[in-house]
Design a protein around this ligand. Structure first.
Ligand code: A3P
Ligand code: MG
Ligand code: MG
Length: 436
């Protein structure tokens, strides 16, 4: 979506505000908006130059990471890998090839949409796995991150987490894209060294737990030879000549990504959603998302306050994975200085139940409100209502304007800006009104 302008430019009074729903549990819970299990449409890869290829060259395979138990790693005294401390996820930090932050565009997603709806030149991906969809049936096209932010918006209480989205409605399909102003991009590229390092830990964990060749069947715990026999790191790791004592190259190139595009349905609205998938467990057959895995890092939990914070993060982890049909989330817990201490596996679909049950057995602790603090049905209902209202607002304005001009709908499609304001709601405004 080709748009300019920043948050601070919003001065027009002509806007619609959709307030967030109350977070108090209703006395009679409504029937939740149904969400269909996501089905894969296609996949693509970004290479080390961040060029797009409709193939699985960037696909990674999960290998369980060695953890700091003296039994599993006898006699290993390396400074980067210690039986007592766990691997240093800061290893290779100074070699990190970091993809610069830029405007968050949906161009590559649109190329995938063209292919799966048969609009583009390449109407087949040559693998036979691609399903076709009619674009006219699709209500929403967006990256998974955008839908996650919409879904979780009612629970976002940090005022600094205000964010903007650009929207276009073309022939009945809403195209959603995060809006980043120039200042925001500069800020994101100049984050504090401490935050930059923490970001690296997350990517390093993804690199440490994955390899570019499918592991031998029933490998169980990975072996060092497996990690070393393939380029066990992102991107061009093979050539770096670096090797961690565990066999890990510590080569992190965040240009390289593997993305899955899925179809799904919320209420009666069909979606095409794309997002990065960290790895698969076992073989990849291209036909289902059932062995997709999301990898996350988090600070080791040292007490009840940390635990409450982590549970809040789980809301985002949950929706992020849920939207792409990723059934498993593996969290690597790390020490403050980046040593991997342990991992925990979560089955995505059981996360809400897990937290509800926990909250019910811990009614007086700092997590006492966790049961109310997140109700995924509320998020789905809100998202559905929001998208319906957004479409209505845009359609009615477009309709009025089309009557007074001789443009077709796609010619007349305006760009809209939605601002999500924590604790308040979503402000919808037509972009050309920004500077009026
Ligand atoms: P962690 O989430 O393990 O900290 P993802 O988990 O979504 O695949 O993202 C991989 C890593 O990218 C994250 O690892 C984090 O380091 C970084 N990252 C992703 N989204 C981010 C955001 N909104 N802000 C800061 N860092 C982010
Ligand atoms: Mg990722
Ligand atoms: Mg991840």
């Amino acid at each position: 979506l080709d748009s300019e302008g920043s948050n601070s430019a919003i001065r027009s009074q002509k806007h619609t505000i959709l307030p967030y729903p109350s977070l108090k549990p209703p006395s009679q819970p409504p029937k939740p908006t149904p969400f269909q299990k996501p089905a894969p449409l296609t996949t693509f890869s970004y290479d080390a130059s961040h060029q797009l290829h409709f193939d699985d060259s960037a696909l990674r395979y999960y290998i369980p990471p060695p953890l700091p138990t003296p039994q599993s790693r006898p006699g290993n005294n390396s400074s980067h890998y210690s039986a007592d401390l766990g691997v240093d996820l800061g290893y290779g930090y100074e070699r990190w090839i970091r993809r610069p932050e830029e405007r968050s565009r949906i161009d590559s997603l649109l190329r995938a949409v063209e292919r799966v709806t048969g609009l583009g030149n390449g109407s087949s991906d040559g693998t036979g796995k691609m399903e076709k969809m009619k674009l006219s049936d699709v209500g929403v096209v967006a990256w998974r991150g955008v839908i996650t932010r919409i879904l979780t918006a009612p629970y976002e209480d940090n005022p600094r987490e205000t964010w903007d989205m650009n929207v276009m409605l073309v022939n009945g399909t809403l195209y959603l894209e995060e809006h980043r102003s120039e200042e925001m991009i500069i800020e994101k590229n100049n984050i504090k060294p401490h935050h930059r390092k923490m970001m690296y830990y997350g990517y390093a964990f993804e690199s440490y737990c994955t390899t570019d060749a499918p592991p031998p069947e029933q490998s169980g715990l990975h072996s060092e030879s497996q990690r070393t026999s393939s380029s066990s790191t992102r991107g061009a790791g093979l050539n770096s000549g670096h090797s961690h004592p565990s066999g890990w190259g510590g080569d992190v190139d965040t240009n390289v990504q593997w993305c899955s595009i899925v179809r799904t349905k919320l209420g009666d609205t069909k979606f095409i959603i794309g997002g990065e998938v960290d790895c698969v467990e076992g073989e990849y057959n291209g036909m289902s998302t059932d062995n997709f895995v999301e990898l996350k890092t988090s600070m080791a939990i040292r007490g009840a306050v940390d635990e409450a914070k982590f549970e809040k993060k789980l809301l985002k982890f949950y929706f992020q994975s849920f939207l792409l049909g990723v059934p498993k989330i593996i969290v690597g817990f790390r020490s403050p200085n980046g040593h991997l201490t342990t991992t925990q596996t979560f089955q995505t679909m059981y996360i809400p139940r897990l937290l509800r049950e926990k909250a019910n057995t811990n009614l007086n602790g700092p997590n006492a409100n966790a049961a109310n603090a997140w109700n995924p049905s509320l998020c789905l209902d809100w998202c559905h209502n929001f998208l319906t209202s957004l479409k209505q607002t845009i359609s009615s304005t477009n309709g009025r304007e089309l009557k007074s001009a001789s443009a077709t709908e796609s010619e007349g499609a305006a760009i809209w800006r939605v601002t999500f304001i924590p604790r308040q709601g979503a402000k919808i405004i037509k972009l050309d009104e920004l500077d009026s």
